[in-house]
Design a protein around this ligand. Structure first.
Ligand code: AMP
Ligand code: MG
Length: 292
């Protein structure tokens, strides 16, 4: 059994975030893992080619995490194994005025790829049950009162679950990653961003302000994961203190999704096959005529 299973959440039992590790087991060998990641990236490229040629199913990868957990570099690593023509990457920031004026799923729904393609979401509609929950952002949203009363976040969980089922029923698979960095490792990475000039641009003082809400965020993640993990749209709680290990598990989860999709190159019908043979003959005749 792949070790990925230890980090997969499918909604059968409720999880406790505290029981999930931030680092690999001592027995895990770094060199082997790096080699397997390379092999997975090569497999991913072959799967993606078939996915694209078939054009039946779309695959959406969602990355959520605290700041400095390694979302950007993990995405960069995944991308290094894929054909850019078959994948879109989108980063969700604080909603702009047009986005705020729509329902919270609108901006993500618009970014779903055509079937046959993949999309990577760097953050997503989950922000609306994470940062929005921690800071009760909905209270100041331009919404009617009935939408701000009662269990606002609970209703959003249901909307997300329904939305993900809806996408699944329309030929999409969504897999969700929480890069589970420890509070200590985040501090180390923030300090590096401050101390190394080439990393200064990555740091924002609002990151330190959000860090102060660490426990609230962990509670929000745990409850969002428990409310929205399903067999068809699983969450993966990825230990993220060692980037090489996080990249490996992410690549394993993507391979797992491809295995479920089972993409195949389309086989042509009889008529199209005859056309191929006809065109082949034309090309061969042209070659022979040149040689004469
Ligand atoms: P970064 O990914 O570090 O560039 O930052 C993007 C910021 O946008 C993060 O602080 C997110 O919490 C914030 N953000 C993304 N989506 C939303 C949302 N729906 N509501 C409020 N803030 C959001
Ligand atoms: Mg940030």
């Amino acid at each position: 059994m792949s070790e990925l299973k230890n980090f997969e959440v499918k909604g059968k039992d409720k999880i406790k975030l505290k029981t999930f590790p931030h680092s690999p087991d001592k027995s895990v060998e770094k060199e082997k893992i790096i080699k397997r990641t390379q092999e997975n990236l090569a497999k991913m490229e072959r799967f993606q080619d078939k996915l694209y040629s078939e054009g039946k199913e779309g695959l959406v990868l969602i990355f959520q995490a605290m700041d400095a957990a390694g979302k950007d570099s993990t995405i960069k690593n995944v991308m290094s194994g894929l054909n850019p023509q078959g994948i879109d990457v989108y980063s969700f920031k604080v909603p702009n005025s047009e986005e705020i004026a729509h329902d919270f799923l609108w901006r993500a729904s618009k970014r779903f790829p055509t079937r046959g393609k993949m999309a990577i979401f760097n953050r997503s509609y989950y922000e609306d049950v994470l940062v929005a929950k921690v800071h009760k952002l909905y209270e100041s949203s331009p919404l009617p009162n009935r939408c701000k009363q009662g269990d606002v976040i609970g209703r959003r969980y249901k909307d997300i679950k329904n939305f993900e089922d809806y996408e699944y029923n329309n030929g999409y698979r969504i897999i969700k990653f929480f890069l589970n960095v420890s509070k200590d490792e985040q501090k180390k990475r923030f300090l590096e961003r401050i101390d190394l000039q080439v990393k200064n641009w990555k740091f924002s003082s609002s990151d330190v302000k959000e860090r102060a809400y660490w426990d609230d965020y962990m509670e929000a993640y745990e409850s969002a994961i428990n409310a929205t993990a399903t067999k068809n749209s699983p969450w993966y709680i990825i230990p993220a203190d060692k980037k090489w290990y996080a990249r490996y598990l992410v690549s394993e989860a993507i391979i797992e999704a491809f295995k479920k999709i089972k993409p195949e190159y389309p086989e042509l019908g009889e008529f199209a096959k005859e056309n191929l043979l006809h065109d082949r003959k034309l090309l061969i005749d042209e070659m022979n005529a040149k040689e004469d």
